[in-house]
Design a binder for this molecule. Structure first.
Ligand code: NAP
Length: 243
């Protein structure tokens, strides 16, 4: 019997992160989800993952707090022995036009979306190096590749993730650790619930629908489990939004 892989999904209690956790669980992985919420709020997510036949564990911490990240990753390794797959998914927005954007708005989004991925990866990768294998996936965005008015902080954080992805792919490829980014377009989650009139967005999408979290999860599963030779890529999953 082959040993089950263990995947850590940050911001995994809902939305895209939860869909990815479920897809990986269905494919035979055990799942560690992190989120900033408490255990009671994360319980329905854990139950959904367990219903797929996987072991599922929850660790509550803020991914942008370097000390908390180190402490919790070491605890995960002590309790579960390894992390084979890391999905840096936690993220947030605080939109505003550049002229009105203050430093707090800028720094908060950079810290939660970009610095967090550096912190978690830094804590996990030494264990992947010892295991001589690993797959890291960073949840970027089409706006990190193409920009978006009103999202200077968010776009810069997501562009930063692409740079981080490509650099780490070059640094760790020889250790059999692959690093890729997924760049979703408009996906139906709490994050996009406030978009208002979606008809304008649909006009720009050749496939004429918003994406679902499951659309993203399929690509994450491919990168995590179905390929051994894709690294350093930023894959757009956006229904053809930008061609
Ligand atoms: P979501 O529904 O808001 O989920 C994000 C999750 O991350 C939430 O559970 C949130 O917890 C958690 N989180 C936020 N800050 C955290 C922190 N400091 N530490 C730990 N967990 C934290 O968003 P989503 O739409 O699923 O997005 C998931 C990822 O995809 C994000 O990185 C987002 O930027 C990216 N993305 C989304 C879209 C889209 O159209 N939805 C498009 C492109 C990229 P709380 O709710 O408790 O804060």
């Amino acid at each position: 019997m082959t040993e089950r892989k263990i995947a850590l999904v940050t911001g995994g209690s809902r939305g895209i992160g939860l869909a990815c956790a479920i897809e990986l669980a269905k494919a035979g992985c055990d799942i560690i989800i992190n989120d900033i919420c408490d255990a009671e709020k994360a319980k329905p997510a854990l139950d959904e993952i367990k219903a797929c036949g996987a072991n599922a564990y929850f660790y509550s911490f803020d991914v942008s707090n370097d000390e908390a990240v180190k402490e919790n990753v070491d605890k995960m390794i002590a309790e579960h022995g390894k992390i084979d797959i890391l999905l840096n998914n936690a993220g947030n927005t605080k939109d505003g036009l550049n002229l009105r954007m203050d430093m707090e708005q800028w720094e908060r989004v950079i810290k939660i979306n970009l610095t967090s991925a550096y912190c978690v990866t830094h804590a996990v990768i030494k264990y992947m190096m010892k295991a001589r294998q690993g797959s890291i996936i960073n949840m970027s965005s089409v706006v990190g590749l193409h920009g978006n008015p009103g999202q200077a902080n968010y776009s810069a954080s997501k562009a930063g993730l692409v740079g981080l992805t490509k650099t780490l792919a070059k640094e760790f490829g020889s250790r059999n650790i692959r690093v890729n980014a997924v760049c979703p377009g408009f996906i139906q989650t709490a994050m996009t619930a406030e978009l208002g009139n979606i008809d304008e967005y649909l006009k720009a999408i050749p496939m004429k629908r918003l994406g679902t979290p499951e659309d993203i999860a399929k690509v994450v599963k491919f990168l995590a489990l179905d390929t051994d030779y894709v690294t350093g890529q930023a894959i757009e999953v956006a229904g053809g939004l930008i061609i």
